[in-house]
Design a protein around this ligand. Structure first.
Ligand code: BDR
Ligand code: CA
Length: 316
């Protein structure tokens, strides 16, 4: 039985790479996309989600429009320098024919989880605002969800917005802290693993043998330019597709458990602080009694890249 998943997303070049990967992987069934600000404003995220589903020939999959701003901090601005003004590396897909679901993303998430107890996996690959709003609307989703697999955070490595914070967590640290401290089965696929899997330019060009792969190579050009400027590599980190890879084949990853708190103020705003000690502390602290998060600390990148390539080449 495929895992039923909702991808909460801010497409976004690597979001598009993740969504297309999920759509051509039989281990998962995408039952909806919910949208969020981050790489782009939420309005554009919704349009891009619809566009990507139509590109993939799956327009019947619902898209629910998400929050326009974080819970407490102000939304900084879209990352046009990473993903292009249109979020898809300036590659233009046709205007979507379908409309978004009438429900807000948080309500859609609640409805889906409560109607299918124990069956739905949430895969947030953008800021965690919609997930926190869904928990506020209906706290029982915590006991009815199958799993939550977050792309975000940096447990034992530097962030990518600044030395402390990864982008998805930094955009809405209060939502992220709420999501990580909820008593539900949660896995963090953060920069510790996503920056270990690197798609080289020739690897991406090799995907061109399928229509889907050619599109991925097209949109990735802008992303490669960004990595060249920011990281001095003409290659791309594999952020959001890694969360899908975890669902398709969890054996790709090495995980370690420990509770996570998110810094919600100060120079480390958005830092994911992970207690991986496994010890009993002498005094109670902000991590005490919190459910451990499974954190990706290593990945078999060779196998992940082979899996991604195999699925994308077998797509249309
Ligand atoms: C995350 O931030 C966004 O730019 C990417 O889409 C990914 O979800 C990586 O830090
Ligand atoms: Ca993303």
């Amino acid at each position: 039985m495929p895992k039923k998943i909702i991808i909460d997303t801010d497409p976004g070049i690597d979001d598009a790479m993740a969504i297309l990967f999920a759509l051509c992987s039989p281990e998962v069934e995408v039952i909806g996309l919910t949208t969020i600000f981050g790489n782009v404003y939420t309005d554009l995220a919704t349009q891009n989600a619809l566009r990507l589903l139509e590109f993939a020939g799956r327009p019947q999959i619902p898209v629910a429009h998400g929050a326009a701003r974080p819970l407490q901090v102000a939304f900084d601005q879209p990352a046009a320098f990473v993903h292009g003004q249109n979020g898809l590396g300036e590659i233009v897909l046709p205007t979507p024919i379908a409309n978004a679901d009438p429900r807000a993303a948080a309500q859609f998430i609640v409805d889906m989880i409560m109607a299918n107890p124990g069956e739905i996996t949430l895969v947030p690959v953008g800021p965690l605002t919609n997930i926190a709003l869904a928990l506020a609307l209906e706290p029982r989703i915590a006991t009815h969800v199958a799993e939550v697999v977050v792309m975000g955070g940096a447990a034992a490595v530097n962030g990518n917005v600044n030395p402390a914070a990864e982008a998805n967590i930094w955009h809405d640290p209060h939502a992220a802290d709420r999501v990580f401290t909820t008593d539900w089965p949660i896995t963090m696929i953060g920069l510790d693993v996503t920056e270990k899997t690197i798609m080289q330019a020739d690897y991406l060009a090799g995907l061109r043998r399928s229509r889907t792969g050619a599109f991925i190579d097209d949109i990735a050009r802008f992303y490669l330019e960004f990595h060249q400027k920011a990281h001095d590599i003409y290659a791309a980190y594999t952020h959001d597709p890694s969360a899908i890879a975890y669902l398709v084949d969890p054996t790709l990853f090495t995980l370690q458990r420990g509770p996570i708190r998110v810094l919600c103020e100060g120079i480390g705003l958005g830092q994911t602080l992970w207690d991986r000690s496994g010890r009993q502390w002498g005094r109670p602290n902000a991590w005490s009694g919190r459910r451990p998060v499974k954190v990706g600390i290593d990945v078999d990148s060779t196998r992940l890249l082979a899996l991604y390539q195999q699925r994308i080449l077998a797509a249309d």
